[in-house]
Design a protein around this ligand. Sequence first.
Ligand SMILES: [Mg+2]
Length: 382
Amino acid sequence: MKIISYELFQVPPRWLFLKIETDEGIVGWGEPIIEGRAETVGTAVRELMEYLVGKDPLRIEDHWHLMYRAGFYRGGPILMSAIAGIDQALWDIKGKYYNAPVYQLLGGACRDSIKVYSWIGGDRPSDVGAAAKEAVEAGFTALKMNGTEELQMIDSYEKIDQAVERIAAVREAVGPYIGIAIDFHGRVHKPMAKILAKELEPYRPMFIEEPVLPENNEALKEIAMATNIPIATGERMFSRWDYKNVLIGGYVDIIQPDLSHAGGITECKKIISMAEAFDVAAAPHCPLGPIALAACLQVDATCYNVFIQEQSLGIHYNQGSDLLDYIVDKSVFKYKDGYVKIPDGPGLGIEMDEERVRELAKVGHHWRNPVWRHKDGSIAEW
Ligand SMILES: [Mg+2]
C-alpha cells in the first residue's frame, strides 16, 4: 500500500482537517492544528507530506522519526502539530487496513469508557453557578472553568476575591462531589498563583491547570509546596523531551498532552506511559474537533493513568460549528452519566462526513487568539 495524495480542509470554528489517500482506496483523517495558526501548520504539513507521498503508510514509527529527526530542527507547536495530524491519519489508515480500532493495535483496551468533563464559563467567567448546574443536569460529573480574567504579576486581592467567589458559587451549585477543574490558563504568575491556589483549597478543586506558563515550570515546585490541590499542565508541551524535566522534578500530578499538538497518537501514548512511571495521571487536552477527540479516546483506552478526557461539545470557542457537525454517526460521542464509550469502529472509530467537510471548507475560518491588555496598556496573557 502506498500514500498517493492528501488534502487539507480549513473548517469552522477554528480547525484544520487532513485527509490522506492510499492506492488501495483506504483514506485516513487527521487534525493538524494550532489554534490561531491553521495556515502555518498547513504549510508544515505540506512540507512533511513531500517525504510521505509514495511511501507505505503502515510504517508509522519510521515516518514519525523521519518527520521529527530528519529535519534537524525539531519540537515546538507548529512542527509537532503538523506531525500530530499526519500521525493520526496514518493510524486511521492502519486501523482500517487491519479492520481494527487503533486501540487494538496499541495493545488493547484497559477500559471500556472514559469520564469526560464539560467547559463552563468561557474566557471571562460569569454566571458560572447556573452553567455548572446545567452541565450537571446534562449528566456531567466533572467541569472545567477559567479561574480568573487577566492578572498582573502582582495584582490586587480584589481579583483573588472575585475568583474565589466564582468558584464558591460553582461548588455551592453542584454540591460537594462534582469535580471542578480550574484553569489558570497561564494568566497567573508565580506570586499570585501561590495565593490563589491556597485560597481555592476549601472548595476542593479536582485540579488547577497551568498555574504558571510552561516556560516557568520550575516555579511549579514552589506552588506545589503551597497547596495540596493536584497540579495539571502540558497543553503547551509538545514531546517526551518537553515533559521529562517536570516529571523528574516531581512538580506535576496530572499531565495534559494534546493529541493534535504533541506528535499525535505515537508520541502521546509514550508521553503518558512515561508519566505513569512517576505516578502521574493524565487528562489529554482537547478543545478541538472530532478527529482530535477520536484520537484521544483511542489512546485513553490503552493508558492506565488517563482518568478523564477534555472534549469541546458546547465549548465557548465553537461558535457556529460544533464537534458533531462533521461526523456521520454522531452517537459515537454520546455521553452517558458523564462518560463516553471508547469507539470500536476501525481506525479512529469515526466516519467523517466528507461532503459537509468540503462544504464548510469553502466557508473556512480566520480564527485568531484574543489580544488582552492590562489597565496600564501592557499585554496581558490570555
Ligand atoms: Mg488549559
